[in-house]
Design a protein around this ligand. Structure first.
Ligand code: CA
Ligand code: CA
Ligand code: CA
Length: 259
């Protein structure tokens, strides 16, 4: 095979793998009570300042909301994993644990245009002024269950109630997996497939979209922790191919003029 073609193919393979966005955070290297993870993410709040890294019997996690701290919102916004590019899919895994005597209100995992104001919660963090948003919400008060939201509108509901542990229980972190591909969303929670193949084509990803957790309390409250966050994205093919082509041409030009 012509060495230039070989180099071009190498460029495509290398660039293709580099393009997938990736984020991992287990909070264990952060300090107890930290509000900054130094990984490009943003932790912010409204109301009482309770959203922080919390040492749970030696394993640190992010405490989003706190029992007895009412009328608060906590947000954990991941850095842009695909700067300058859009995506067509992602797989997100993380763990959650809720403890409360009288739980509220829940939280959401989101992907889309992050609103400038700190808000959102169990029904997602869509703001019509910001842009499209895909959300999966865990509602722990009155209309309890799990929902998928497209731009703030529920497109799928499960009556599966989020597990609530007592404040004196040891508790247990439960696994969540959210997969987005081919305009479809799947969600598994605590070992059960809650949603499979839900049509979310009303959402279109855009350049600059970010992943974020949003949780809130009202008159009732809960301790809500998030841990072991892992997100991998699937870049838009056109972007990946174009980047690969540019990289491949770069190889060719360098080889041509420098050899
Ligand atoms: Ca941890
Ligand atoms: Ca709700
Ligand atoms: Ca509710």
């Amino acid at each position: 095979m012509n060495k230039y073609i070989t180099l071009l193919l190498m460029g495509i393979v290398v660039t293709g793998s580099v393009q997938a966005g990736n984020y991992s955070q287990n909070f264990n290297t952060a300090a107890h009570d930290a509000r900054d993870l130094d990984d490009g993410s943003v932790i912010r709040h409204s109301g009482a300042d309770v959203t922080r890294v919390y040492d749970n019997n030696g394993d640190k996690a992010l405490l989003m909301t706190q029992e007895n701290a009412g009328e608060t919102t906590g947000q954990y916004i991941l850095p842009d994993l695909d700067a300058g590019g859009s995506i067509v899919g992602f797989t997100a895994t993380y763990q959650m644990m809720i403890k409360s005597a009288n739980p509220a209100d829940g939280y959401s995992f989101n992907f889309g245009a992050i609103p400038s104001a700190v808000g959102g919660g169990e029904d997602g963090m869509y703001d019509s002024g910001a842009g499209p948003m895909l959300s999966v919400g865990w509602d722990t008060h009155s209309d309890t269950g799990i929902d998928i939201f497209v731009n703030g509108q529920s497109v799928a509901h499960s009556g599966t109630a989020p597990t609530i542990f007592g404040n004196d229980d040891l508790g247990n972190f439960e696994n969540v997996t959210i997969t987005y591909a081919n305009d479809r969303l799947a969600v598994s929670y605590a070992g059960s497939l809650i949603f499979d193949d839900i049509d979310v084509s009303g959402f279109t990803a855009s350049v600059g979209d970010q992943f974020a957790f949003a949780a809130r309390t009202g008159g009732s409250t809960e301790n809500l922790w998030i841990d072991n966050v892992n997100v991998t994205t699937v870049p838009e093919p056109a972007t990946a191919s174009l980047m690969a082509l540019v990289a491949g041409l770069g190889f060719l030009i360098r080889r041509h003029f420098m050899s």
